[in-house]
Design a protein around this ligand. Structure first.
Ligand SMILES: *Cc1c(COP(=O)(O)O)cnc(C)c1O
Length: 405
């Protein structure tokens, strides 16, 4: 007899139910590098509005050249975790460069930001402590918090009244240390955490503040340092946020890798105790060296970020003018609200046929009745790409409306 028949049957049923709810995700297969446009395997070219390639550095020639040079000088991989024989000079250099850029004392690299968040809370907090988390925080923060023994509190998204209530509650319950943790930028909405107000409340209740900067590093603030810079929380070059996690996989070149940055003693303890750091491989040398080249680029000039800001303003203005509801704000994440999940899916499919790559998001990823196409603007777009995409959005909208009448 075959073993596990009912197990495999259950899996098939689960898949069938995901499909019947219309929630089955398929992958679009690309046959080109990441850029303003991408090619699919059938040779079609699409305007890309869904990469986290905010500064257009994912296939930037300077970055690619730095990766090539490191491939030759330091090899393809390290076949080791950091503390055995997986630390090269360039790993230490990148950690120092990230600390300098963010205004912190030290930084620890991880294979991904998912791991940075996954390995953050458990070594730092015990059952005597409390962590207060924004309701819209990223899955990796939620998982990281689940792995630690601290008492968990949750506040409504960016709701400072609720945050204060949770701080009071944590204090009333006798918490020793209290850590407030939030996304700097909320990835489904493009809204920015009210970090300045969070800092004030944290000081009032003697709490620490941590932020996940995956959609903010390189994007927000006059020098692209992130949400803390944007909200005025860098003083004399020093971060007033206690803990910063982030990714190398979005604006900073888009390959992979993550980090946690903060006070030296925090980073020292993470190197001793953080499980994804201790038990998982080092970031590959070409990625490390290319990330240093990315920091050279963004510290050397603000031109890419300025183009991103200009493109974002143009796209936000013109798509609203074309009659679409967007979530207001200033971040290059621009959610185009369609509300209905079926409409959002059909809209995305028709955009794809018309030559625009942009995905629909619906429940459970966003609240029910809040389905949307999430678009993301990049410095690599030219005005023509963005205006053409908006024209195609309008065309798809009128096609769908005609069909419904
Ligand atoms: C993308 C993202 C992550 C995961 O980053 P990886 O480096 O790809 O693991 C974590 N947190 C937030 C808020 C993100 O947007």
């Amino acid at each position: 007899m075959t073993a596990g028949v009912s197990f495999y049957e259950d899996i098939k049923n689960e898949l069938a139910s995901i499909k019947s709810e219309g929630l089955f995700k398929t992958e679009r297969v690309l046959a080109s590098p990441q850029s303003a446009t991408v090619k699919t395997t059938d040779g079609r070219e699409l305007i890309n509005l869904c990469a986290n390639n905010y500064l257009g550095l994912s296939s930037d020639p300077t970055v690619v050249t730095a990766a090539h040079a490191a491939l030759d000088a330091r090899g393809f991989g390290l076949s080791s975790v950091r503390f055995i024989c997986g630390t090269q000079d360039i790993h230490k250099d990148l950690e120092a460069r990230l600390s300098r850029f963010l205004g912190t004392e030290d930084t620890i690299l991880y294979a991904a930001a998912f791991d940075a968040n996954g390995g953050l809370f458990e070594p730092l907090l015990s059952e005597k402590d409390a962590v207060i988390s924004d309701a819209l925080n990223h899955a990796s923060i939620i998982d990281g918090i689940r792995l630690c023994k601290a008492k968990r509190y949750r506040y409504g998204n960016n709701d400072m009244t609720d945050l204060e209530a949770q701080l009071k509650l944590a204090r009333a319950n006798g918490a020793r240390h209290v850590l407030i943790f939030t996304d700097g930028v909320f990835s489904m909405d493009g809204t920015i955490a009210k970090l300045d107000e969070i800092r004030v409340l944290a000081d009032q209740y003697d709490a620490l503040v941590g932020i996940d900067e995956c959609h903010a590093t390189g994007v927000l603030g006059a020098a692209g340092k992130g949400t803390h810079e944007h909200r005025g929380l860098i003083e004399d070059g020093k971060s007033r946020v206690d803990i910063i996690t982030g990714t190398l996989g979005k604006a900073l070149g888009g390959a992979s890798g993550g980090f946690t940055s903060g006070r030296k003693e925090v980073i020292d303890l993470l190197r001793q105790r953080s499980r994804p750091y201790l038990f998982s491989n080092s970031v590959a040398p070409p990625i490390v060296a290319a990330s240093i080249a990315v920091l050279d680029l963004i510290e050397g000039s603000q031109s890419l970020r300025q183009k991103l800001v200009k493109n974002t303003a143009l796209f936000r203005r013109e798509i609203a003018k074309a009659g679409f509801d967007i979530k207001l704000g200033e971040h290059p994440i621009v959610p185009v609200m369609l509300y209905d999940a079926v409409v959002a899916q059909e809209f995305s499919r028709r955009l794809y046929d018309a030559g625009v790559l942009a995905l629909g998001f619906f429940y459970p990823v966003v609240p029910s009745g809040q389905a949307r196409i999430r678009t993301q603007v990049s410095a690599v777009h030219e005005e023509g790409h963005l205006l053409k995409a908006i024209e195609l959005f309008a065309q798809v909208k009128s096609d769908i409306e005609v069909k419904r009448k």
